[in-house]
Design a protein around this ligand. Structure first.
Ligand SMILES: [Zn+2]
Length: 432
């Protein structure tokens, strides 16, 4: 229930995570406004001789440590990031970076764009799109970190695992909801229908021997066992005979690996689906097919998901990983740079990415990875006598797209001001 509504919870706040989020808000204020009265009071009391946080320690866009792991033999211990930046050219000292850092770290560093207008360093919050801290985002980040702890195989999980952890499984929300309802015994089993006086017999409609509860129809019923006997070893040889479905799920979470649990989730839903087909359409799917369909659905679902990477700290969501800014943002900056280089003082910039155009038109400052590029672009545009940033529909921007595509096959930078490539002549006229 403490999960965000978007992931199937009811949006209630879980106190421990919420408190952490509120504390994070105070920390963020101290970092952002070190001269405020509150920050000064806290500094005198808790950290009188040092800074609250040395930003140079955490500057790499590599979750979850954000710290450099390579051991530098070349630079002095107190060297900072500025030592590996060429301030005249506004670019990384690539060779030095490659020499100092490990291959993966060097690659990540070189991809970080450096502001060409020399804006000051700023600490940004990775939990929101605009880089501005909110308690809500901190709360959900904390909840996700808690969830990550759950999937860490080596972490010491001291608390009892609860079936409510099913919200952390990497499975579709519909399957999670099914598990949730099965644990709460809230599906229309014969047992429940008798309680509501909708049905007279609580007997299982398939084996006709025991009362149809969730644990019976999904686990204990001979028809369900037929399905599980075709599953992975963890489920096949399971001797678990719990009293209800929630207990079963908890027992399986503690004994099976994540893949097995996820397959279990898909298969239970298929068993329930087969039971409904049997009652309402009088057809009965072979147990082999029930398990095969579950395996296939799980495989398809995984293939459609963003890739996850494993680090020493567990699973990391792709959203947290740094990605290069979209080409439209870089393109706008490049175009403005070129216009200035050519001595243009009034320009009209057209683009078909509505979000980029809107950001360039509005004064709001964003501090995420795209925002930093846009801030540079806006700063340069503000130095011109006049400039217009206009949105054009993609259909009216075919030439630019064809040109961009054609440019992919050209190894070096080429600027064509008047003459367009011959292959694009027809597109030019269509576009106009
Ligand atoms: Zn049965």
């Amino acid at each position: 229930m403490g999960k965000a509504k978007s992931v199937g919870g009811l949006g209630f706040r879980e106190f421990e995570s919420f408190n952490t989020a509120l504390l994070a808000k105070q920390a963020w204020r101290i970092i952002q406004k070190p001269l405020s009265l509150a920050s000064q009071v806290l500094k005198v009391k808790y950290f009188p001789t040092t800074e609250f946080m040395k930003a140079k320690d955490r500057w790499l866009p590599i979750p979850t440590s954000y710290k450099v792991q390579s051991v530098s033999q070349i630079l002095p211990r107190d060297a900072n990031v500025a030592s590996v930046i060429n301030h005249t050219m506004k670019e990384w000292k690539k060779e030095l970076v490659k020499e100092i850092f490990g291959e993966a770290e060097a690659d990540t560093i070189i991809k970080i764009p450096i502001s060409s207008t020399g804006v000051e360093d700023k600490l940004i919050w990775v939990g929101t799109k605009d880089g501005v801290f909110t308690v809500k985002s901190a709360y959900h980040l904390q909840k996700e970190l808690n969830a990550l702890r759950f999937v860490q195989p080596s972490s010491a999980i001291t608390n009892k695992i609860e079936w409510t952890n099913c919200w952390n499984f990497q499975i579709p929300n519909a399957v999670k909801t099914f598990l949730w309802r099965a644990c709460l015994e809230s599906l229309s089993t014969r047992f429940n229908l008798v309680k509501k006086q909708i049905c007279e017999s609580s007997k299982c409609p398939i084996c006709l021997s025991e009362a149809e509860t969730m644990i019976h129809i999904l686990w204990n019923c001979p028809s369900a066992m037929d399905v599980w006997s075709r599953g992975p070893a963890g489920l096949q040889k399971s001797s678990i005979r719990p009293g209800n479905f929630g207990d079963l799920l908890e027992a399986l979470i503690s004994t099976c690996d994540q893949d097995t649990i996820e397959l279990f989730a898909f298969a239970t839903r298929n068993i329930w689906h087969r039971r409904n087909l049997f009652i309402f359409e009088n057809s009965f799917i072979h147990p082999c097919e029930v398990m095969q369909t579950a395996k296939k659905s799980l495989k398809e679902f995984k293939a459609a998901q963003p890739k996850f990477i494993t680090s020493s700290q567990g699973m990391i969501e792709e959203d947290w990983l740094w990605k290069p800014p979209p080409p439209e943002a870089q393109g706008a900056l490049y175009a403005v740079d070129l216009a200035i280089e050519l001595g243009c003082s009034s320009i009209i910039l057209e683009g078909d990415s509505l979000s980029i155009v809107k950001c360039l038109q509005q004064p709001v400052v964003r501090w995420d990875r795209v925002g930093m590029i846009l801030n540079d672009t806006k700063s340069k545009l503000s130095g011109l006598i006049s400039c217009d940033v206009l949105f054009v529909k993609r259909a009216a921007n075919v030439y630019a797209h064809q040109l961009a595509k054609a440019a992919l096959s050209i190894p070096e930078d080429v600027v064509a001001l008047v003459v367009s490539p011959e292959s694009l002549h027809s597109v030019t006229f269509d576009d106009v």
